[in-house]
Design a protein around this ligand. Sequence first.
Ligand code: FAD
Length: 418
Amino acid sequence: MRTYRAVIIGGGSAGLAAAITLKQNGIDDILVLEKDREPGGILQQCIHNGFGLQTFKEQLSGPAYAERFIDQARELEIPIKLNTMVTHMHPDRTIEYMNSEEGCVTIGADAIILAVGCYERNRGAVEIPGERPAGVFTAGQAQRYLNIEGYMVGKKVFILGSGDIGLIMARRMTLEGAKVYGVAELMPYSNGLPRNIQQCLNDFNIPLYLSHTVTHIYGKDRLRQIELSQVDENRKPIPGTQQYFNVDTLLLSVGLIPENHLAEEAGVVLDPRTRGPIVDEDYMTNVEGVFSCGNGLHVHDLVDFVTLQAQRAGQGAAEYLKNGLKQNRHVYVKPGDGISYVVPAIVHPGEVKETKEFFFRTKGLADKAVIRAVSDGKVIRKLNRTKLMPSEMERITLTDSQLNELTGDLVIEMEELK
Ligand SMILES: Cc1cc2nc3c(=O)[nH]c(=O)nc-3n(C[C@H](O)[C@H](O)[C@H](O)COP(=O)(O)OP(=O)(O)OC[C@H]3O[C@@H](n4cnc5c(N)ncnc54)[C@H](O)[C@@H]3O)c2cc1C
């Protein structure tokens, strides 16, 4: 069995950035395994602008952003096996993959970086009653059909879920000539970025129905009508508020979930809040030598943060391959008041070599708030923030000396200011 120094599973933006960083840190014997026919991941179907504002200080399309990393990987001669699906991963870091040229192959790795992305929740997950006609797609599936395969999925469209993919697809379908009747959102606020609400809905006069959901699907072979109802504060449909839309297509943008069956098979412990692995400041999971980054770790709205965290995972894996496991005791990084989760969730005081970023989401909306990093009753860092919302990932940066001096768990908390 061939054993590599490092194997990266997934060749999307996270996998490519992690592989490049490993190579730049002197780890040569690496391999990227990617199940799709080209590298780049989800970015390849995101042909809209808005990628790379932080990383490159310019607005790129998804494929243009991906291309920069694909080019760099090529220059560094990083091998990427395409059309290659990893089917199993074991705690001893053996990996089973298959492709049409080699069949089923087992390899080993001194370090593995999981960069497998996420999957979309579908109709079954949201349990919409009614018939089961054609014409109900997840938004990402429709985006792939339209932007990569060249198929128009429908002409009269309704969208459930105001996350970014739903908003972007509302504009995309309109630009391709479809009529988008509206976007419905269960929550009283949108889960998409404010710029996407403006540029994808308001600019095209597409109505946004907040506190609404689809309560019935009608159609024998093809979708012909949906029933939309208003919901109460417990998100239950309010009888008598039904409206009907005669549409042939319903796009579902109702959540993304980190793809983690390989991680679970290898014994990686997942965080019930993010549904991705629990990682330390180097993005290592509880399984020695197994790292995680990108949407497989927690779902991101900005690719810039994916790239940054994947670079940290690449550095962490390189460090592990050179120096082995950290020996110091660890402390936990926990979400406090107003915060739903924090990544990374573990730190090794005394062994942190550089400044680290902690990524978190708030539980609710806050116009003005203070974010604090607290340990042993002492405030280590404080940030004043405005316009916080759960859909936008936030970060707080702590220096290596602040982290190395921690004696107890670190808590990230938010206090709303009136
Ligand atoms: C529709 C949409 C719109 C977005 N818009 C923006 C935007 O405007 N601006 C912005 O900054 N960000 C945006 N984002 C966010 C950002 O682009 C993504 O979060 C990021 O690209 C995810 O990268 P990733 O590498 O973690 O995942 P992915 O890109 O999904 O890559 C994962 C890769 O792993 C491969 N893989 C999975 N399992 C296996 C396996 N078992 N074997 C082999 N390979 C496997 C997959 O084929 C895939 O290529 C958007 C995201 C989406 C989905």
